[in-house]
Design a binder for this molecule. Sequence first.
Ligand SMILES: Nc1nc2c(ncn2[C@@H]2O[C@H](COP(=O)(O)OP(=O)(O)OP(=O)(O)O)[C@@H](O)[C@H]2O)c(=O)[nH]1
Ligand SMILES: [Mg+2]
Length: 211
Amino acid sequence: MTSQDVTGKKKADLKVVILGAANVGKTTLIHRYAKGVFSEHPNTLGASFTLKQWKNRNVAIWDTAGEERFQGLSNFYCRQAGAAILAYDVTERKSFEELKTRFTQLLAAAEPNRLAVVVGTKHDLVEEKGKAVEREEAVLLAKQLNPNISDYIPIFETSSLNGLGVTEVFETIFEKCLRFDAIATHLVNSTIDLSAQKKAGSNNSKNNCAC
Ligand SMILES: Nc1nc2c(ncn2[C@@H]2O[C@H](COP(=O)(O)OP(=O)(O)OP(=O)(O)O)[C@@H](O)[C@H]2O)c(=O)[nH]1
Ligand SMILES: [Mg+2]
C-alpha cells in the first residue's frame, strides 16, 4: 500500500494524527471511517496507525492514547504531522477543556503549516445527555488554531454510531492537505519512516495497525 524510497523506508504523502482525552472516541472514529462500521475497541496503549490510499496518495492516520500517562508518546507521534484531528466529546465538557489544556500544545511538534481540525464526537448522545460544548466554542478554537485559514473553518460534529460527519472529517483533510497546490507545504518531508515510529510505541494489535 505504501511506496518505498531507495533506503527501503516506507513513504507516506501525509501524516494525520488524532489527539484528545481518553474515551472521546478517537479509535472508533478512525475505524468508522476506515471500515464503515461502529465497533468497540480497548483503550489505546501508546499509538497505532492505519494506512489509507486516497487518489493514489498514501496517508498514514495515527491514533494516539488519550490517557495522560501517554502524553509524551503523543507528542512524539505529532512529529511530521501535516494534519491533526483534535477530538472532544460534545456531551462531556471536561474533554473540551482538556483539549485546550493538554492537547493543543502538542501541535508544536507537528509541521509548521499543519491543519488542525476540531472534531466534536458522539453527537448521537446529545438528545439523551444534552450538549456540553456549543458549536461556537469549537469554531473559536478552530479559528485560533488555524490563523492562516480564512475560507473555511475546520470544525465538525460527528457520530461514529450513525456516521454523521465522519467521512467529511477525513475527506476534508485529504482534500485540503493533498490538493495539488498544497503539496509543497504539507508533504511530509517526502519520507515518513513508519517503521521507526512503529518501534517507539506499543499497541493493542500485533502489527500496530488499527485496521
Ligand atoms: N454513542 C456513541 N459512542 C461512541 C461514539 N464514539 C465512540 N463511542 C464510545 O466511546 C467509548 C470510547 O471510544 P474509543 O474510540 O475507544 O475512545 P478513544 O478516544 O480511542 O479512547 P483512548 O484510546 O483511551 O484514548 C467506546 O465505548 C465507544 O463505543 C459515538 O460516536 N457515539
Ligand atoms: Mg483509542
